[in-house]
Ligand binder design. Structure first.
Ligand code: ATP
Ligand code: MG
Length: 571
C-alpha cells in the first residue's frame, strides 16, 4: 500500500469527547469515526486490525472444533418470548416492527436464535456435541455508551454456543473454549487474567471472564497474592475470619447528630473510627423492604445480596420508602426497633458497642449490641472484598485488587434455554433428554481498544505484530529523489512478496511529520530510506516498541524485518 493513496485521516489534537487513551488514539490515528453515540465507522486501518483479531479468533475456534455460521441481526420477538427474555431484557434490547406490525429485536446476543436452529435439526445423541459460532454485529442500547469501541451500542462480537448430551460433556466443551480463549488473547498480545465471574441473570452454574489488566478498566478484579484464585469483584468471596470484640457491652446511648447522614460525617462528628459504625441500607427486594448491615468501612456487594435473597429485582429503596420504613429522613436508618427483615455481613457478628442510625431525624445510637438491642435474620457474605483480606482459598495469601477490561466471557448455561425452548434429543435408549448448553463471547472491538490501553506511549499506539494493521512502514525521506524512491520501491516489493504487510510512505511530507504519523498509527517496524545512508547502501531499522534504531545494509534490514514478523506470527 502506498500511503499517498491510502485513507489514513490522522488528527494532531486529542478529540474533546474521548476520555480514555485507546479512544483518543483510535480517533487520532484515523482507525474509527463516530456516527452516533456508541456507533462507529471503521476506516481502513481500524478495519485491518479488527479483521486480524477476527482471523485469530476464527483460527482458534476452528482448531477447537467449533463451526462458523452466521445468524441474522434481526430476531423475531416470538423466539425471545419463548425464552422469557422479551419481557426481562429491558431497554438495552432495541425493538422494532416491520410493515406488517410484526415485532422484532436487533440481537444483543443469540441464544434464542441458535437454540431454534438446534431444536429443529438435532434429533439424536449421535449429532452431539456441537459448537456453533459467528462473528457478527450486535446491538445493545447501552445506557452509557462510552470509551469508543470499548462500550459501543453497535459492536462486533464473536459468539459461540455449545450443545451437549449432559453436564459432564458440557464441562468438556467449556474447557475447550476456556483454552481457546487463552490462546486467542495470548496471540493478540494481551496481558490478561481469567477470573471467576457471577452467573447473574443469565443463570447457569459457572462462568469465567477474561480480563485485560488496565487502569481504565470498568471492572474491579480480585486476586490472591499467593495462589491462583482470581475473581470479578462482583463474585469474589470475602473470607470469614471471625474477629470477636470481647469488650463488655456498655449501656445504650442516644446521641444527637444534627445533619450527619453518612458514615464519614457521623464518625468524624462522634470521633469514632468508621469501622465502629454499622452502615444500615434499606433495599427493596422484589418490592419487599430489607435492611442490610455492614461494617462502616465496608461496601455492600449488590450482586451477593441479590443472589442471597433470590429476588428478581433489587434496588436501594427510594427516599419515600426509607422514610416510611424507618420513620426518619434518609441518613438515620438503623436496625434497633425496625420491623423488616435484617441481613448482616459476617463481620458485623463480631462487633460490640457500635454506632447505628437511630430511626429519628438527627439521632444516632451508641454502644449498640447484637442480641440485646436487635437481632439479625441472616448473616452472610454481602460485602466487597477489600485489599489485604485473607484469601478464601489458601492460607498464605492476601487479596489484591486490580482494574480490568472484560474482553471475553465463557459461560455454562445448563438447560436454561434448551428447557424453555424445548431443545431435546433422543438418548441411546430412545428416551427424550434436554440438551446442555454453554455460551462464549468475545468483544472484537473491545479487544482492540484494550490492546491499545496496554500498548501505547506518548507518541501513539504500539501494536503487537499479530494485530498491527501493517507490519512494516517504509519512510522514504525524500521521495522526489529517484535513488531513494527506487530503493524504497524495491524494499516494498520484496517485503510484500515475502508476506510482510508493508505501507510505503511515499508522501511529499517533511521527515518529522512522516515519523509522527508512523508512531501514531503504531506500525511495529519502520525502515527509513534517506539519501545520506543510502550512498553507503544502508537504511535505518527502527522498532516502534523500545525505539531501538539500527543502521543496516538493505538486505540485512529486510531479512531482520522478515524474521521478526515470522517469529511474532508463529507464537
Ligand atoms: P459488560 O458487563 O461489559 O456490559 P457483558 O457482560 O454485558 O459486558 P457479554 O454479554 O458477556 O458482556 O458479552 C460478551 C462480550 O462482548 C464481552 O465480554 C465484551 O467483550 C463484549 N461486549 C459486551 N458489551 C459490549 C459493548 N457495549 N461494546 C463492546 N463490546 C461489548
Ligand atoms: Mg453488558
Amino acid at each position: 500500500m502506498r500511503y499517498s493513496q491510502y485513507f489514513i485521516p490522522t488528527v494532531k489534537e486529542s478529540p474533546a469527547d474521548a476520555e480514555v487513551i485507546s479512544h483518543k488514539l483510535m480517533l487520532r490515528s484515523g482507525m474509527i469515526r463516530k456516527v452516533a453515540a456508541g456507533i462507529y465507522n471503521y476506516l481502513p486501518l481500524g478495519l485491518r486490525t479488527i479483521r486480524k483479531v477476527e482471523q485469530i479468533i476464527r483460527e482458534e475456534m476452528n482448531r477447537s472444533g467449533a463451526m462458523e455460521i452466521l445468524m441474522p441481526m434481526s430476531t423475531p420477538a416470538e423466539l425471545w418470548q419463548e425464552s422469557g427474555r422479551w419481557e426481562k431484557y429491558g431497554k438495552e434490547l432495541l425493538r422494532f416492527k416491520d410493515r406488517k406490525d410484526a415485532e422484532f429485536c436487533m440481537g444483543p446476543t443469540h441464544e434464542e436464535t441458535v437454540t431454534d436452529i438446534i431444536r429443529r435439526e438435532v434429533r439424536s445423541y449421535r449429532q452431539l456435541p456441537l459448537n456453533l459460532y459467528q462473528v457478527q454485529t450486535k446491538f445493545r442500547d447501552e445506557i452509557r455508551p462510552r470509551f469508543g469501541l470499548m462500550r459501543g451500542r453497535e459492536f462486533i462480537m464473536k459468539d459461540a454456543y455449545s450443545f451437549d448430551v449432559d453436564s459432564a460433556a458440557a464441562d468438556i466443551s467449556y474447557d475447550k473454549m476456556y483454552n481457546a480463549y487463552r490462546r486467542i488473547f495470548q496471540r493478540c498480545g494481551l496481558n490478561f487474567r481469567a477470573v471467576e465471574a457471577d452467573t447473574g441473570s443469565i443463570g447457569g452454574s459457572s462462568s469465567h471472564e477474561f480480563m485485560v489488566l488496565a487502569d481504565s478498566g470498568e471492572d474491579a478484579i480480585v486476586s490472591c497474592s499467593a495462589c491462583d484464585y482470581a475473581a470479578n469483584m462482583e463474585k469474589a468471596e470475602a473470607r470469614q475470619v471471625q474477629v470477636t470484640d470481647h469488650a463488655e457491652p456498655r449501656p445504650l446511648e442516644r446521641v444527637a447528630t444534627p445533619e450527619k447522614r453518612n458514615i464519614q460525617e457521623v464518625s468524624a462528628f462522634l470521633d469514632a473510627a468508621t469501622s465502629s459504625v454499622v452502615k444500615s441500607l434499606v433495599f427493596l427486594a422484589d418490592d419487599e423492604p430489607v435492611l442490610a448491615l455492614l461494617r462502616g468501612d465496608h461496601d455492600l456487594n449488590e450482586i451477593k445480596l441479590k443472589n442471597l435473597l433470590r429476588c428478581e429485582s433489587l434496588e436501594l429503596a427510594p427516599d419515600a420508602i426509607v422514610e416510611k420504613v424507618t420513620g426518619a429522613p434518609v441518613g438515620f436508618a438503623g436496625p434497633v426497633g425496625l420491623k423488616v427483615r435484617i441481613v448482616a455481613d459476617h463481620t458485623v457478628a463480631g462487633m460490640k458497642n457500635f454506632i447505628v442510625g437511630g430511626n429519628e431525624k438527627d439521632l444516632h445510637l451508641k454502644n449498640v449490641n447484637l442480641g440485646r438491642d436487635f437481632s439479625v435474620n441472616l448473616f452472610a457474605d454481602i460485602r466487597n472484598v477489600v485489599p489485604g483480606d485473607s484469601c478464601p482459598r489458601c492460607s498464605d495469601g492476601v487479596m489484591e485488587i486490580w482494574r480490568g477490561i472484560e474482553v471475553g466471557h465463557v459461560f455454562k448455561l445448563g438447560t436454561k434455554y434448551s428447557e424453555s425452548m424445548k431443545a431435546t434429543y433422543l438418548d441411546a435408549a430412545g428416551k427424550e433428554q434436554i440438551i446442555f448448553m454453554g455460551c462464549y463471547g468475545i468483544g472484537v472491538g473491545r479487544s482492540v481498544a484494550a490492546c491499545i490501553e496496554q500498548n501505547h506511549d506518548a507518541d501513539g499506539i504500539i501494536f503487537p505484530i499479530p494485530i498491527a494493521p501493517f507490519h512494516c512502514i517504509i519512510s522514504a525521506l525524500n521521495p522526489k529523489d529517484e535513488s531513494v524512491m527506487g530503493a524504497a520501491e524495491q524494499i516494498y516489493t520484496e517485503l510484500t512478496n515475502a508476506g510482510v504487510e508493508t505501507l510505503l510512505d511515499d508522501r511529499d511530507e517533511r521527515p518529522g511529520s512522516k515519523f509522527k504519523d508512523a508512531d501514531l498509527i503504531g506500525i511495529p517496524l519502520r525502515i527509513v530510506v534517506g539519501n545520506k545512508n543510502l550512498v553507503n547502501g544502508n537504511v535505518e531499522l527502527k522498532q516502534r516498541r523500545g525505539g531501538e534504531v539500527e543502521l543496516l545494509p538493505i538486505a540485512d534490514a529486510m531479512a531482520k524485518v522478515r524474521q521478526t514478523v515470522v517469529e511474532a506470527l508463529a507464537q
